[in-house]
Design a protein around this ligand. Structure first.
Ligand SMILES: *Cc1c(COP(=O)(O)O)cnc(C)c1O
Length: 389
């Protein structure tokens, strides 16, 4: 059962969770082969989500960089404003298929909680979202959104009262309520089969990129770039491109300039176990999970999905870290050059893409996954740049 990516992955969980993970894996494999499930999934992805999303040529951003062409994969146009919809819809349908009337989820910034609440409402599933008390206080608008969508938000008061504690609380709930409840995990992390399921559900991003690139440029992109928090939008971008000649670049959060490790587990961490999987993690000097820092809440996580650990070691994907300052600069470029306010997470990827474009010839094409829009980040950007909105 415990599928691995090389040495990474697995399912390091209490015995009581093993039957639930086995049931989930079996349901996933059956659902993927069931034409009725696939039809319903595709229909809702289109009519509720807004798929497919376009590939946009960023003409003025390209001119700013002065080199390779930069194209944006517009996941910011999805329902809810981010790629998180892809995962929430797929797992929500899977829960309904398994006959589970209740969804639980963890959330940090609240984006995954909102996506789960949206899907819970649309599918008629009761939804409870675990959120660290610190995050509840600093992400008020998303707490309000979840409540308006009919979800219950449960503040978590243990540990550092942030995302990792919310995941622990959700896992504890799942152990106690496994018969009625599906745990809708929000990224390509956690015990098997979650990294596989989430990668499968997000791979629509890379599949559409490949199809549209072949139509628009007559071939695959030269380089694909995506930001990496837990790694779901990046693995979804990379998966369908792994067997092509496209270079792949994952961009982690470096935190403020001078930060020891930011939230860059692959660039600055080492192998270890977190939330049921063996992957790269950031630890402090005592071997405890380290506190991370990043301007973007969605990248602020001490671990990363195990498949990225494998792809890093194999050399197939290159991973770098971009500082807060770079992300803020890229936010401004996209606003001024293209009239788009990106989320701060993909702003890290846009910064890296512009640096890459500068050193490449104009015949090359770079595709960047714009994983979400930036409405949620306006307060942070205003605070960081000292501007008045
Ligand atoms: C949550 C989030 C991320 C980070 O999550 P991944 O699982 O690494 O994709 C990136 N971009 C946006 C817009 C997000 O909301």
């Amino acid at each position: 059962m415990a599928r691995r990516y090389g040495a990474y992955g697995g399912a390091y969980v209490p015995e009581t969770l093993v039957p639930a993970l086995t049931e989930l894996e079996a349901a996933w494999h059956q659902a993927r082969r069931d034409p009725a499930f696939r039809r319903e999934h595709a229909r809702l992805a289109r009519t509720l989500g807004g798929r497919p999303t376009p590939l946009y040529f960023a003409r003025r951003l390209t001119a700013r960089a002065g080199g390779a062409e930069i194209w944006l994969k517009r996941e910011d146009l999805l329902h809810g404003g981010a790629h998180k919809f892809n995962n929430a819809l797929g797992q929500g349908l899977l829960a309904a298929r398994m006959g589970k009337p209740r969804l639980i989820a963890e959330t940090g910034a609240g984006q995954h909680g909102v996506a789960t609440a949206m899907i819970g409402a649309a599918l008629g599933l009761r939804t409870e979202v675990y959120m660290g008390e610190v995050d509840v206080a600093r992400q008020r608008p998303n707490v309000e959104r979840m409540r308006l969508l009919g979800a219950k938000v449960v503040p978590v008061t243990s540990g550092s009262r942030t995302l990792k504690d919310a995941i622990n609380a959700a896992l504890r709930d799942w152990i106690a309520n496994v018969r009625t409840t599906h745990y809708l995990l929000g990224s390509a992390v956690g015990p098997h089969p979650y990294p596989t399921i989430v990668a499968g559900l997000q791979s629509v991003i890379g599949t559409e990129i490949l199809r549209d690139a072949r139509r628009e440029f007559g071939r695959e992109p030269d380089l694909a770039v995506a930001c990496v928090g837990g790694g779901s939008n990046a693995i979804g971008t990379f998966h369908p491109l792994l067997r092509t000649r496209t270079e792949l670049l994952g961009v982690e959060a470096g935190g403020p300039r001078g930060s020891r490790h930011g939230a860059a587990s692959l660039s600055k961490g080492r192998p270890g176990i977190l939330h049921g999987a063996y992957s790269y993690v950031l630890e402090d000097r005592d071997g405890q999970i380290a506190d991370t820092e990043s301007i973007s809440a969605g990248l602020d996580y001490a671990g990363v999905g195990p498949e990225h650990a494998f792809l890093r070691d194999s050399g197939r994907v290159r991973y770098i870290a971009v500082h807060d300052e770079g992300a803020l600069a890229a936010f401004g470029w996209l606003a001024h050059d293209e009239g788009m306010l990106p989320a701060l997470e993909p702003s890290h990827a846009i910064y890296a893409a512009v640096q890459e474009a500068r050193r490449r010839p104009s015949r090359e094409r770079i595709v960047v996954t714009l994983s979400g829009r930036g409405d949620k980040d306006l307060e942070v950007v205003r605070g960081a740049t000292g501007q008045r909105a």
